[in-house]
Every structure is written in C-alpha cells, then in structure tokens.
Design a protein around this ligand. Structure first.
Ligand SMILES: Cc1cc2nc3c(=O)[nH]c(=O)nc-3n(C[C@H](O)[C@H](O)[C@H](O)COP(=O)(O)O)c2cc1C
Length: 375
C-alpha cells in the first residue's frame, strides 16, 4: 500500500476552484484511489494563525462538561487542541475568580483555547486580554450558544442576527490580543436565516484566524441533522482554515467530514463523552493506520481512575463530585449493572469512596460481560 501526500491547503484549494461537476469527478477518483491503491492521510499538522497544532483534532467547548480534568484526558489521548467551557466575558473582564479558574490548563502536550461569550466589543476585548495574559494559546468567540439566558443579552447565536455587531466584536478582540482568534458559528438563526457564510466572511475580513462551523441553526439546538454542506460552502467562502463540527462520533465520520467538505480540522463534542480515546482512534485512522483497541475492562477502570484523580486535585471547584458522577455514567454506559453503579455513586460524597465503589464494581464485572463501544 502506498501512503499519499498529506492533503492540506492544496486539496482545499482544489475543491474551491472546481466546478460542481469537476468536484464530483474528483470525489469519485479519490474514492476509487482510496479503495484500490492508497491510504490517504487526512492527519494534518494544522496551523491556526501563528499556532501550530500537533494534529487537526479538537475537543469542542462543552459547558458543564469540558473542565480541566476532562480536557486533560482528551489531551492525553492525543487531541491537538482542547477548548474551555464558554466563559462569560463580563465575569472574566472583572477578574471573577471562578471565570479565571476556568482558564487553568494543566496539559503541556496540547494547545488550549479559551472560549468567551458576550455582546459588548470592549468587554469582549478586555476578557480576551485577560485570557491571553493567563497563558492560553488562542481565544474563541462564541457565536453559537442557543440558550435563552445568553441570547437575551445579545451574545452567542444572537450575534449571527446582528452581523455588524458580530463584526465589531471580532474586530475588538482581534485588536486586543496577539494570539490567534477564532470564531465558532452555527449555520444561522433558523431555517430561513442561514447566514454562516456571511458571518464567516466578516470574521475573516476582521482578521480571525479560523472559523468553526456547527451546521445546525439556533432553532435546531443540538437536535436534527447537522448539514455539512454549510461547512463545505464556508470552506469555499473564506481564505482561512475552517474547522468542521457536528455529529462526528467515529473515525469514519471524521474522514467523511474532511473529504466531503474540504475543512481542515475536526471538532468533536459528544462523541468524546466517556471515550476520550476517540482522539487516538481518529489519529490512527486519519493516518491510514489500523485502529487501536477500545480500552478493555482493566484499562477502562484505569482511565476512569486517572480522570477521578485529576478531578480530585480540583476539589475547590463547586460541583466537582457531581460532574465526576456524570463522566462515570458516560464511561460505563451500556455495561451490565451500570444503573446500580450510578445509584451507589450518588450515595458517595467524596472521591475516595467513589474510587472504592468503582474498584469493586469492576472487580465483579466478568470479562465476558464486557461490551465494546463499537467505535
Ligand atoms: C453539554 C453541551 C455543552 C455545550 N457547550 C458549548 C459551549 O460552551 N460553547 C459552544 O460554542 N458550544 C457548546 N456546545 C456545542 C458543542 O461545542 C458542539 O458544537 C455541538 O455539540 C455539536 O458537536 P457534536 O455533535 O460533536 O457534539 C455544547 C454542547 C453540549 C452538548
């Protein structure tokens, strides 16, 4: 088998220039080549402005989920970049302790971007400055949050309804920091207002270094089909890297997303819950190498304990125990007796007793009962 060249900007450009018919032809040739002769490597050393990522696989911002311990797990399993939970620009700008704590990043192996949300350009700029001073590698502007509490303030997805304000926010943040600035958008507000390409063009025009597209509208929330054609259209519309997001839960999904849309990076959210090793699996698959095994019983317990120990170092964070219960529920999804395990964990209020419960649960779990997650 021959490994082809890494398809980077060259391939993206080729897609941009090709007419639809040519593009379909190119796709067919690529598919034929893939199946008969070549394993194409989709793994890229991705550049976002001045920042060079070790690969093009990114952990999504996940409010209430992607805290430092979980990000650390994703980094250990090979994510090229991890993103903070969304942080209120107001809180960050006034140096609120909890907001500052959300900027803490422990992993040295992978880049860390802080996502901020707000609608006031000056406050967003001040928040970005604080994030830069704290040592993050990039700042991401949230233009996708669908939650009413955020929308009411004009922030999140509401910015997509106000392109001039969106532009002013990006301009102010860009001027405030020297690290890369990225913008995360949806396909639009609702079915009849899908303006992702316009917002992406404005972002590129104001000096943003990359745009992430989650191609659901605000009305869709997190349900329904993520229409990847919007990612492809955005790739064609702007000269900066596009990161595709939405519905990637397996290595095959990631390759399909990269191939169909020409985007350069893949962002994974829910696909990483309870299985941060998805990044290692994706990395091997995108390199055209055999998939590593999903962790078996012994390794799964070890991984959960690793996560638990990382969380235990941060007990000062409110809700640390209940967050860990939530993560354990994801890790053990589908395993026999997982419901009983969850009930037991609800009765425990410290990390040491959680560890004991986990160890005895896994001790009683026979190898033959162990269910692979099928990734
Ligand atoms: C629990 C949860 C929290 C999320 N929090 C954020 C957030 O803070 N900022 C953001 O831009 N998107 C947030 N999202 C959206 C994800 O980043 C991502 O765009 C979406 O889940 C689609 O990707 P997926 O199909 O890989 O999960 C959140 C999604 C979920 C499910």
């Amino acid at each position: 088998m021959v490994r082809s060249m890494v398809p980077g900007r060259g391939v993206q450009r080729l897609f941009i220039k090709a007419s639809t018919r040519k593009r379909q032809y190119f796709d067919k040739v690529l598919a034929a080549t893939l199946s008969f002769h070549t394993v194409v490597c989709y793994m890229l050393v991705m550049k976002i402005g001045t920042l060079e990522l070790c690969n093009n696989l990114i952990l999504a911002p996940l409010s209430g989920v992607a805290d430092a311990p979980f990000r650390n797990m994703a980094a250990r399993w090979g994510a090229g970049m991890v993103t903070s939970e969304m942080i209120s620009a107001h809180s960050l700008a006034r140096g609120d302790a909890r907001a500052m704590e959300m900027l803490r990043h422990d992993s040295r192996t992978c880049a860390f971007t802080a996502q901020i949300f707000g609608a006031d350009p000056e406050i967003m700029a001040e928040a970005a400055r604080r994030a830069e001073v704290s040592g993050v590698h990039a700042v991401d502007i949230n233009m996708g949050c669908p939650v009413n509490k955020v929308i009411r303030t004009g922030a999140g997805a509401a910015l997509m309804r106000e392109p001039h304000r969106a532009e002013a926010v990006i301009r102010a943040v860009r001027r405030a920091v020297s690290i890369p600035v990225t913008v995360k958008i949806r396909s639009g507000w609702d079915e009849s207002h899908r303006n992702a390409m316009e917002i992406a063009q404005r972002a590129a025009g104001q000096g943003a270094d990359a745009v992430t597209v989650h191609p659901r509208t605000r009305s869709q929330g997190f349900r329904g089909n993520a229409d990847w054609s919007f990612i492809a259209k955005t790739v064609e519309a702007i000269p900066i890297p596009v990161i595709g997001n939405g519905g990637v839960s397996s290595p095959a999904d990631a390759v399909t997303l990269l191939r169909r849309t020409g985007c350069l990076g893949v962002m994974i959210g829910r696909g990483a819950l309870g299985r941060p090793w998805i990044f290692a699996q994706l990395e091997h698959y995108l390199r055209g190498e055999p998939l590593p095994d999903t962790p078996g019983k012994v390794q799964l317990l070890q991984e959960i304990l690793n996560h638990l120990h990382l969380a235990a170092q941060r007990t000062q964070r409110p809700g640390a125990i209940s967050r860990m219960r939530m993560h354990i529920a994801w890790y053990t999804r589908g395993l026999p007796g997982a419901r009983f395990l969850r009930k037991c964990l609800h009765l425990s209020n410290d990390f040491a007793s959680m560890e004991n419960i986990l160890v005895s649960y896994f001790r009683n779990l026979g190898e033959d009962q162990f269910i692979e997650d099928g990734c």
